[in-house]
Design a protein around this ligand. Structure first.
Ligand code: UD1
Ligand code: UDP
Length: 371
């Protein structure tokens, strides 16, 4: 008997990773139909297919092939191509992750067709609406029917925006359910690190010994849209006291070319790596410098000190426990923060118990039974 039909919409690198523990949890349930839609927001092998291969994600049932574009064009293309699919599939739920344009497009399309939206990684806020992701998450949360928060802080953020924390009898878009499931990225890291330890050869391939290098990633609009912020970050990296391994997002590589910026000798720019290699690079790094949400948290999971190259973070627990420092864009401030890095507090578990995906599926089954 078919108990539940879910359409999942993914399109960007971190969403493939978040989908992996959910896929594992979905497979354990009988009577559950799962339709996977890849929007095509990310499309290079190293930004997309590598994760399907490594994490054994199924071939998407639909590939929208929208590619890159301005926010409006990309979001609109996804919506236009998604609408007939949702009309045909008639799912019980549309499941979305995070805060990308694929998330926003999925939320708008589904909610206007009155298909209930499930938002995984709900309630995060930077309180900075200059970030495209902040707009995407606020809109998605406010049209969702079930909001799965990764942390207590995310639950509180929603409460401050007027969401009720009472358990509704039947969740609807007007009476949504807010639930702290824990973070699916913690599930993902726990599931994959043991495999990464076995399979990844990245450290020997790059000739790296543990704690002898810094790991850096940059891709946020605020750091890459204009020349000066990116030049400042490269200036800070140039002055670091060790090698900087820099798996560069294609957006950032394109900006290096456009702004005629050349990283210094001690900065080793490499192509984006697969998830297993990335986990190994993170775990063995002396410290991590990043503007990525996921990478900040993985630094925390592996208890590697992190400097976040942004003015704020949604993952405030990493800062509160002393593992993460927020800096501005000044090279001297960044270098000072790196010099002062010390291990944070051990043993806190703000991101759940590694069972977030399982809890999400169980909760959705219960919600479906009540409809
Ligand atoms: C997107 C998300 C961001 C997330 C990030 C994860 C939005 C608004 N932003 O940012 O929240 O943190 O994904 O990595 O959705 N490009 C390629 N090949 C690819 C993909 C992208 O060359 O496979 C280049 C293109 O020049 C493109 C640029 O990267 O214009 C930006 O890609 P886009 O998906 O628009 O935004 P991201 O910066 O990846
Ligand atoms: N990641 C990866 N290879 C890379 C860079 C990042 O596998 O070269 C992984 C990283 O381990 C994390 C996720 O991608 O799980 C983070 O994605 P990204 O930084 O693109 O987006 P964000 O988390 O900021 O939305």
């Amino acid at each position: 008997m078919l108990r539940l039909k879910i359409v999942t919409i993914i399109g960007a690198r971190p969403q493939f990773i978040k989908a992996a523990p959910m896929q594992a949890a979905l497979q354990k349930q009988a009577g559950l139909a799962h339709v996977l839609v890849h929007t095509g927001q990310h499309y290079d092998y190293a930004m997309s297919k590598v994760f399907f291969d490594e994490l054994a994600l199924p071939v998407p049932n639909y590939h929208l092939e929208v590619g890159s574009g301005s926010h409006g064009a990309q979001t609109a293309r996804i919506m236009e191509r998604l609408e007939p699919i949702l009309q045909k599939e008639k799912p019980d739920w549309v499941l979305l992750y995070g805060d990308t344009n694929s998330t926003l497009a999925g939320a708008l399309t589904a909610s206007k067709l009155h298909v209930p939206v499930v938002h995984v990684e709900s309630g995060l806020r930077s309180f900075n609406k200059a970030m495209p992701e902040e707009i995407n998450r606020i809109v998605t949360d406010h049209v969702s029917t079930v909001l799965f928060c990764p942390t207590d802080v995310a639950v509180k953020n929603l409460e401050h925006e007027g969401f009720s924390l009472e358990m509704p009898k039947t969740p609807t878009a007007d009476t949504p359910l807010v639930f702290n499931s824990g973070d699916v990225m913690y599930d993902a890291a726990l599931l994959s690190i043991a495999i990464a330890e076995q399979k990844s050869t990245i450290l020997s391939t790059l000739g790296l010994t543990p704690k002898s290098y810094y790991l850096a990633t940059i891709h946020r609009a605020e750091n890459t849209d204009d020349r000066q912020p990116l030049a400042n970050l490269l200036e800070a990296f140039a002055q670091m006291d060790a090698l900087v391994i820099f798996p560069a997002h294609p957006r950032t590589v394109e900006r290096f070319k456009r702004f005629e910026l050349t990283p210094s000798q001690n900065v080793r720019v490499i192509s984006p790596v697969g998830y297993f290699d990335m986990l190994m690079l993170e775990k063995a790094a002396r410290a991590i410098l990043t503007d990525s949400g996921g990478v900040q948290k993985e630094a925390f999971f592996f208890q590697v000190p992190c400097v976040t190259l942004r003015r704020e973070t949604e993952w405030v627990e990493t800062v509160a426990t002393g593992w993460n420092r927020i800096v501005n864009n000044e090279p001297s401030v960044i270098l000072n923060a790196v010099r002062k890095l010390t291990p944070g507090k051990a043993g806190t578990l703000p991101y759940g118990d590694g069972q977030a995906a399982h809890k999400i599926i169980e909760c959705l089954l219960q919600c479906t039974n009540h409809r």
